[in-house]
Design a protein around this ligand. Structure first.
Ligand SMILES: Nc1ncnc2c1ncn2[C@@H]1O[C@H](COP(=O)(O)OP(=O)(O)OP(=O)(O)O)[C@@H](O)[C@H]1O
Length: 866
């Protein structure tokens, strides 16, 4: 977001990353954070003029060619030099939004200038979602700044702002202040802030990000989560998703305003900054001083940032007022002759000092102590060192001060330790004991489909929801699926037909059309459950809902299209080659990814979501062979405490159904664990969950005795050769066996299952220690999937329709990654290491006793897929 700078942030599902130009003047980029695609994709030898980051990707302006170069992952922008690229085009600056990048072209002079582009025009080329175009503006542009899905330019001549792009989500175009001049602008997610031209340098913001003001001030919580813009003069401004931050001219400290999601940390006080960069929910700044270290605040920023970054961009134009060139003694980092870095002038001299010389273009102001009015130790020591007997005095001074300083430092360290330990214990407690707030629980009782009562709960989840689940018209979808012809069908479920479609903007989607069965109520319930749940859930390994349509009795859900269909198709489809292609690493990777999706449902949503229909036909595989858990038609919100089960009539698919749930109607998250265990056995053996070709039709009845007898060879899919690391598969076999234990409380939780599977995968891939995933979780599991274009509040009409289907915010998502959460439960032993024997016997005994067909009298609606 925002403008090009020497530091930039990438954010989004792939993890947050801060990149900066190295402090050694090499103009090479260095990145730190958790998005592996960006970290490993950072070019080692390209020199950049500046950087800019978007959702999942980072771009820099190459020093040699003046062309943009991007790395990381984006479904909308080609990584490397974005394409299409006009031959020989050179850019002055680039700026990235969520899913797009724009570059301001260097003016073309001489013969090459095209007849329809005058010398007072500017060319801006953009790439990405809804933006890939060459724009011509009839004004000279001083600077560019990109918002989530729009861009703004600051005109050189009249210093006015103009914006283009998506107006619906932000309204930044219609709200541009008229006849107002700006020095600088910074676009954020859904707003723009500009520093006014003139002496007072105040900031002025407009757009939709701050629209929640009324609701928040009307709440009785008293939480200060909406700050108004500061009144004091600013030197710089950057925009986050729903907020902005600036550097105060007076003391270079950072100040932030706008809308802050719960749990955000505030901007540090009393510290000065050279430069800031904003991601969606956090900001990083480069500390003034010699360390050049970045510091971040907000929510979801990289945990620690050891890199020092360059203090600014190298420019070959004079430094503007209020800034000065970095002097040579500061090791001016620009290697290009004639260029330099401009840094802001220091603020007014501190007390006890007076200004000896002013800040000029070449050097900062100089402040010296006024020795006639000293009262601080620094001043005294400074002044006394200037006097002839300064050495003695200083020695005496330090002999008095040293013990006090040591005691103070010791006390401060003690305090820091106490606070850190308390915070760590508290976080751990919260993670282990997911408790929904009273608000959450209360609203969960409300119908999820009644209109909002006007109160907006200002949390991250609510904000994200507002910009998802687009409403489509039936006509639009009918056109996309070519009239819902037979040829467009990619799959059929019990209550729906799935079609492949192509939307007007070229996005390939899957359209799930409800089959109008006699049980209209049931259809409707499942449709609404799926719609409601999916528009709230957000994870790389859960299938994303893009939108829906409910018109005249027709109900359709629009999903991302999964190019490789379902796991069931791969394992049991007619095409045998598909099964063989699914080697052990691919199978285990799919298992890990599916486990992570389910783990998210159980562990990070509050109250937990129980899927109830985990099976191989609900594990879909995307273009990059990443697995996604799909089909939330049967999902239920579980009890917060997994010890208190829901009494629900069983639903699910035979073969995967938890016997405890099936028999006793005892539903907890452990029911999904059982189904997942069946899925693991299916992946390992290549046989269906129910297969009447076998003596034991049920896979659990067949596999567990084999496992118990230690006959792994008989279990493993004969289509594949045994891997050299057979131990890894043994681990998984053991996990599967535990998952299908008869009693839910004897089964491991999904986070333990995921950890065990990740270790097995690491081992399978030849990582000798196998205590850690072979790659960071995000790499093993990461997909380049984006939460596309955040199907924003499209037209005004669709916006209102959206709200109609939004329930209360009773699912909250703690901002921890799976690996963090699992680390926090370090005391949990690896499920694989547990003593197996006695319990397995118990499992077997109970299996024999318990597994059997449902009694006809039970009012179940079981459906199956074999
Ligand atoms: N997003 C998608 N992209 C590509 N194919 C899909 C997508 N969603 C579903 N399919 C295909 O359509 C099939 C039917 O999906 P659907 O979710 O309607 O039913 P199911 O889960 O297989 O069965 P049931 O509804 O009985 O549980 C899937 O098995 C899969 O092959």
């Amino acid at each position: 977001l925002g403008s090009m700078s020497s530091i930039a942030i990438s954010y989004g599902e792939g993890g947050s990353v801060l990149c900066g130009l190295k402090s050694d003047g090499s103009h090479l980029a260095v990145c730190y954070g958790s998005n592996s695609a960006i970290l490993y994709g950072t070019p080692a030898h390209f020199q950049f003029i500046g950087l800019t980051g978007g959702d999942g990707f980072m771009c820099g302006l190459l020093m040699q060619s003046y062309q943009p170069y991007c790395w990381g992952n984006s479904a909308f922008i080609q990584m490397g030099v974005p394409q299409p690229m006009i031959k020989g085009a050179e850019y002055l600056e680039v700026s990235a939004g969520d899913y797009h990048l724009c570059g301001l072209r260097k003016p073309i002079v001489g013969r090459r200038q095209s007849s329809n582009v005058s010398s007072s025009s500017s060319l801006v080329d953009c790439w990405g979602y809804n933006m890939t175009r060459n724009f011509v503006f009839d004004k000279q542009i001083h600077s560019l700044s990109a918002g989530a899905e729009f861009n703004c330019g600051l005109s050189s001549k009249d210093k006015s702002v103009f914006c283009w792009g998506d107006e619906n989500s932000s309204q930044v175009i219609s709200l541009i202040p008229k006849e107002t001049k700006f020095q600088k602008i910074a676009a954020g997610g859904y707003h723009v802030c500009g520093i006014l031209d003139g002496l007072n340098s105040r900031v002025l913001c407009w757009g939709k990000s701050f629209e929640f003001e009324e609701e928040i001030s009307g709440t009785s919580t008293g939480e200060q989560i909406l700050n108004l813009p500061p009144k004091e003069p600013l030197l710089a401004v950057v925009g986050g998703k729903f907020y902005a931050c600036g550097i105060k001219r007076y003391d270079h400290s950072a100040v932030c305003w706008g809308f802050f999601v719960n749990r955000s940390t505030p901007a540090p006080k009393g510290i000065g900054f050279y430069d800031l960069a904003a991601g969606n929910y956090f900001t990083c700044g480069v500390l003034s001083g010699t360390s050049m270290s970045p510091v971040c605040w907000g929510l979801g920023f990289p945990a620690s940032i050891p890199l020092a970054v360059s203090r600014g961009l190298c420019v070959n134009t004079p430094c503007p007022p209020g800034t000065h060139e970095l002097s040579n003694q500061d090791n001016s980092p620009c290697k290009v002759p004639g260029s330099h870095i401009c840094v802001p002038c220091s603020p007014n001299c501190p007390t006890e000092m007076y200004q000896k010389s002013e800040c000029t273009e070449r050097s900062d102001q100089v402040c010296v102590y006024n020795c006639s009015s000293c009262f601080s130790s620094e001043c005294s020591s400074n002044c006394s060192s200037a006097s002839t007997n300064g050495g003695k005095a200083r020695g005496k001074f330090w002999s008095l001060q040293l013990p006090i300083a040591t005691a103070e430092i010791g006390f401060a360290l003690f305090l820091v330790a106490v606070v850190s330990i308390t915070a760590a214990l508290y976080i751990r407690y919260r993670l282990r004991h997911c408790r929904c707030s009273e608000n959450d629980t209360r609203s969960s009782k409300d119908s999820a489909f009644t209109k909002d009562n006007g109160k907006i709960r200002p949390d991250l989840d609510e904000l994200q929801k507002r910009r998802r689940a687009r409403v489509f018209t039936y006509e639009e979808l009918e056109m996309a699926a070519d009239g819902f012809k037979e040829e467009s069908i990619v799959g059929k479920g019990s209550f729906s037909c799935v079609y492949k479609g192509i939307l007007r903007d070229g996005t390939t989607v899957a359209l799930k059309k409800a089959i109008m069965s006699s049980d209209k109520q049931k259809n409707s319930n499942e449709f609404r459950t799926e719609l409601d749940l999916l528009s709230r859930l957000n994870h790389a390994h859960l299938l994303s809902l893009l939108g829906y349509c409910e018109e005249g009795g027709e109900r359709l859900l629009v999903y991302e299209f999964m190019a490789h269909g379902s796991l069931h198709n791969h394992l049991h489809g007619k095409n045998k080659a598909l099964k063989e292609q699914l080697d052990w690493v691919k199978r285990v990777t799919i298992a890990v990814q599916a486990a992570r999706g389910i783990e998210y449902l159980h562990g990070y949503a509050c109250p937990p979501v129980i899927h109830r229909d985990i099976k191989s036909s609900n594990i879909l595989i995307d273009e990059e062979h990443n697995a996604r858990v799909a089909d939330f038609g049967l999902s239920l919100l579980g009890p917060v405490d997994s010890g208190s089960p829901l009494a629900e009539l069983p639903a699910g698919t035979l073969g995967y159904l938890d016997p405890e749930y099936y028999r006793l109607h005892y539903l907890t998250t452990k029911s999904d664990v059982y189904s997942f265990g069946v899925l693991l056995l299916e992946i390992l053996s290549g046989r269906k969950a129910i297969d009447m070709h076998y003596e034991e039709g049920n896979i659990v009845e067949w596999a567990v005795p084999l496992i118990k007898a230690g006959d792994i060879n008989a279990l493993l899919d004969p289509v594949l050769k045994h891997p050299s690391e057979i131990e890894a598969l043994k681990r998984i076999v053991s996990v599967a066996c535990k998952c299908v234990r008869m009693r839910g409380k004897d089964r491991p939780s999904m986070d333990k299952v995921t950890t065990a599977l990740e270790r097995a995968l690491a081992q399978l891939m030849g990582n000798p220690s196998s205590e850690q995933p072979i790659l960071p979780t995000e790499v093993v599991l990461g997909s380049s999937r984006m939460h596309k274009k955040s199907w924003r509040i499209g037209s005004k009409r669709s916006g209102s329709e959206n709200t109609e289907f939004r329930g209360g915010s009773w699912i909250t998502f703690p901002s921890v990654t799976s690996s963090q959460r699992r680390k926090s439960s370090a005391s949990e032993e690896d499920v694989v290491e547990e003593d197996e024997g006695r319990k397995q016997q118990e499992v077997l005994r109970s299996l024999e006793e318990e597994i059997g067909p449902a009694s006809p009298g039970q009012s179940l609606f079981l459906h199956h897929n074999f």
